[in-house]
Design a protein around this ligand. Structure first.
Ligand code: ZN
Length: 647
């Protein structure tokens, strides 16, 4: 017998055997049971996921000559053995016509079809047309078809399979039942491949089948086609074809994903040289730049999905090992980073297709990734973010973020406007720390100044820069700042911030032995710093502390919006808890400084970027080149990275 490709040999002959389209098969079987047969069906979805297969099974079920209830046909499933069933399977039934609409798309063909539809079926119950690639039919031909669909003879059924249902005119669609097919799930494809390997007596490594299933990318037929090729090129061991992952990768021109995991680690560590060398090794081994780029795009996409939806999201149709790998890589970066990476690599991949010097483009793309993550959103810099940037309220509690503190650049970056992925808690803790540009900057300065960071204000920095600086000062610098802290100054009335019920309730119990302001300040700031709220600790420590009756008001050198971000609800709770623990009964309120009170007009939601005089942001805005660029490209400045040497 002639060799038959796997996709045909193992084409399902029953609804129950179709993988991954339960929603379609269930409905069709129910309809058959109730005898509710439509005259037009549209089966839409990607290639190779079972559209024509289901159309044929439906045709067999409709025209099967064995009555339902017969032992050969206990249910609505076709019997598979009667004349009609065997003819349809072989593709030579008189009453079931399969037409490739890609080649028979004109009005003449459809007129012919219309003529034929007027006559009764030759032998079976229905005259059935299966129109493959139905979206290719011309408008005129669709109009001719519409006439038949408007008043269809009882014995006529049209089934249209298409990858582009939106190209079928609405008038036709509204007269048909439309079934939208799903991409076949990775697990379903893998199960089918395993079953076929067993039936074909193929000795296949699990990893090899997993690769084939992934390569199918939702299409059973694609996976089976690659499997055909793989079997053809496989070495025969002990009389059986032997499939192993290395051979399949070679066949598909892909590299193991460990390569991309390593690249991501190098990118995260800012090791440009290592990234370029890694790429060089890959290219020298004969891998094509565009295949590498395509695979890397896919890898980044999976990492982004893992970052957004967690390791076990349905968006990842890959093996468990690969899920874990994607999650590991994802945890090295923020969602924002990964989004930018994917964007850059998609563009690089596009570029590769029509440019000379593919190699240079790919190198450039990868080097860009290393540099991309050096960009920090301006909000993060201004708010001295460290788990306090907008959006971090969504952070899963107990994710261990706080303990990381600013000591690790990873912690600082990951605390950006990103929702944390809860599943990755452990991975994140184990992830290698990467020095942030801030940290590198600080280290450099520390060496230059011959000591731990000093009072930022003493260096003539603006308040905003102080905040930004404060964010990167370590705990050591926090204590040195404490020594230089200004004495508390009383301030006027300002609205208290936040819900401080706990403190309010304890008011009545104010006693003589209550701790003084200095002690409270030390305790509160200490608690905040050790809970990872170093920015808040620094800010509060430098603030103007004033006692007004049974309330403590701390004026901080920030605007109202920034204050809410820095001394957030969590930080406030820590303050109250600490005070309660040390027996302080005062109520505490944090208020924005004068500078902030006036400038607070551009409140949240106004969308106007906060520009503080003397800051890196304002300096950048003043730069004539930047001004010109803004004008030329009608651009907005999103991030400003301060690389000035402040010594
Ligand atoms: Zn039959």
């Amino acid at each position: 017998m002639a060799y038959q490709v796997l996709a045909r040999k193992y084409r399902p002959q029953k609804f129950a055997d179709v993988a991954g389209q339960d929603h379609v098969t269930r409905t069709l079987v129910n309809a058959l049971e109730q005898g509710r047969i439509a005259h037009g069906y549209i089966f839409s979805g990607h290639r190779g996921i079972g559209k024509t297969t289901i159309a044929r099974i439906l045709a067999m079920a409709l025209n099967c000559r064995t009555a339902v209830g017969d032992e050969k046909r206990p249910t609505q499933e076709p019997c598979g053995v009667c004349d009609s069933c065997t003819e349809i399977r072989a593709g030579n039934s008189i009453d079931v016509l399969e037409i490739d609409a890609a080649t028979n798309r004109g009005i003449d063909e459809v007129r012919e079809l219309r003529e034929a539809a007027r006559y009764r079926p030759a032998r079976d119950k229905y005259k059935i047309w299966i129109l493959d690639e139905a979206h290719q039919i011309t408008d005129a031909a669709f109009n001719a078809l519409l006439k038949t669909l408007e008043e269809p003879p009882d014995h006529v059924v049209f089934m249209m399979a298409t990858t582009q249902p939106e190209d079928i005119p609405q008038t036709i669609r509204s007269r048909c039942q439309h079934f939208s097919f799903h991409a076949v799930k990775y697990d379903d494809i893998l199960a089918q491949l395993k079953s076929i390997a067993a039936q074909e007596a193929i000795d296949a490594e699990d990893a090899a089948l997993a690769l084939l299933a992934e390569a199918g990318d939702g299409s059973m037929r694609d996976a089976l086609s690659i499997m055909d090729q793989a079997i053809a090129s496989a070495p025969v061991v002990a009389g059986k074809p032997h499939l192993e992952s290395e051979q399949i990768r070679e066949l598909m021109g892909s590299v193991p994903n460990t390569v991309f995991e390593r690249l991501m680690e190098q990118i995260s560590a800012g090791q440009t040289a290592a990234v370029v060398e890694e790429l060089n090794t890959l290219l020298n081994a004969g891998n094509s730049p565009s295949a590498l780029a395509r695979q890397f795009v896919r890898y980044l996409r999976n990492a982004l999905m893992a970052r957004v939806g967690g390791e076990n999201t349905d968006l990842l149709q890959i093996s468990a090992d690969e899920r874990a790998r994607a999650a590991r890589s994802a945890m090295l970066f923020s969602e924002e980073d990964l989004t930018r990476f994917l964007q850059v690599m998609l563009r690089t991949f596009d570029d590769l297709n029509y440019r000379q010097e593919q190699r240079f483009h790919l190198e450039l793309g990868l080097v860009k990734l290393v540099h991309l993550q050096r960009l920090l959103p301006i909000e993060e810099i201004l708010s001295g973010s460290q788990g306090t940037a907008p959006g971090t309220g969504l952070r899963a509690p107990g994710s261990g973020q706080g303990s990381g503190g600013l000591g690790s650049g990873l912690g600082a970056r990951a605390a950006g406007p990103v929702t944390q992925v809860p599943v990755a808690g452990q991975v994140r803790a184990a992830a290698p720390a990467r020095p942030s540009p801030f940290e590198a900057d600080r280290d450099r300065k520390t060496v230059g100044e011959g000591g731990a960071g000093s009072e930022p204000a003493a260096r003539g920095l603006s308040p905003a820069e102080s905040v930004a600086r404060a964010a990167v000062e370590s705990k050591a610098s926090y204590s040195s700042m404490a020594a230089e802290a200004k004495p508390p100054v009383a301030v006027g009335v300002a609205e208290p911030l936040g819900e401080s019920t706990e403190g309010a309730l304890a008011l009545a119990a104010a006693a003589e032995g209550a701790p003084d302001l200095d002690r409270i300040r030390e305790a509160v700031c200490g608690a905040l710093a050790s809970a990872g709220h170093e920015t808040a600790a620094n800010l509060i420590h430098q603030g103007n502390w004033a006692e007004q009756g049974n309330a403590i008001q701390v004026e901080l050198a920030v605007r109202k919006t920034m204050l809410a971000l820095t001394v957030n609800a969590e930080a406030e709770a820590i303050c109250r808890k600490t005070m309660k623990a040390m027996g302080a009964t005062q109520k505490i309120a944090f208020v924005p400084g004068e500078n902030g009170a006036n400038g607070g007009k551009a409140g949240p939601g106004s969308g106007a970027p906060v520009v503080i005089a003397g800051s890196a942001q304002s300096a950048a805005m003043e730069n004539p080149l930047v001004k010109k660029t803004k004008e030329l490209f009608n651009a907005d400045i999103r991030s400003v990275l301060d690389l000035r040497d402040k010594n």
